[in-house]
Design a protein around this ligand. Structure first.
Ligand code: IMP
Length: 189
């Protein structure tokens, strides 16, 4: 029998990526989507944000099935880790063009960037969340490229292609979310 697990997010792109990965790698897990906008605390570490969000849902949502959520961020060492925990706000406010402007005079290794996802799994509302972390190292492209994906995908380059130039399956193979979610699937199955 397929194991059912609920993914809580308002981001349909994340659901598409995670369902695609489960389809490719683990046919015995069914991902249900709960489109619920929980308050996201502004904390310094992605791990703390994911844990606090899972605790909020455990306390307020009365979940009867195992569930998980995830928090992601992009970190640019040459900008002291910016936008990091502020990624969602920065994307909404200055967007990819704003990041490209901040990076205008950065060359070579100064363009390095890391994406990080922390998945928080609660096997029941009584249990503390278990965290699965995935990261990927890439660089900020000189200009945005590609039509796929979402968020910072057009400006995040991995081995010559931006995430927005990759198919969902290609992105999942190497992405922060793919890596974190593969750990979750291994744990469940
Ligand atoms: P969130 O808080 O985890 O939803 O993500 C923080 C910000 O990073 C949002 O603006 C997202 O659009 C962006 N983001 C998260 N994951 C990705 C990704 O896989 N590619 C590009 N941008 C992402």
């Amino acid at each position: 029998m397929r194991k059912e697990i609920v993914f809580i997010t308002t981001n349909a792109h994340k659901v598409e990526e995670i369902r695609d990965l489960a389809d490719v790698e683990s046919k015995d897990i069914a991902i249900e989507h709960l489109d619920y906008d929980y308050p996201e605390l502004q904390l310094d570490e992605t791990e703390e944000v994911a844990s606090a969000s899972a605790d909020y849902i455990r306390e307020n949502k009365g979940m009867t099935k195992p569930f998980f959520l995830e928090d992601s961020g992009m970190f640019i060492p040459a900008l002291n880790g910016f936008p990091g925990p502020f990624s969602a706000f920065v994307f909404r406010s200055i967007g990819n063009d704003g990041i490209l402007k901040l990076m205008a005079n950065k060359k070579g290794a100064e363009r390095r960037a890391t994406f990080k996802t922390v998945v928080a799994l609660c096997e029941s509302s009584e249990k503390e969340p278990i965290l699965f972390v995935g990261t990927v190292e890439g660089k900020i492209a000189d200009v945005g490229r590609g039509e796929g994906g979402f968020g910072f995908d057009p400006i995040f380059e991995y081995e010559g292609a931006t995430f927005a130039e990759m198919s969902t399956e290609e992105k999942n193979k190497v992405s922060h979310r793919g890596r974190a979610f593969r750990k979750l699937l291994n744990y469940i199955s």
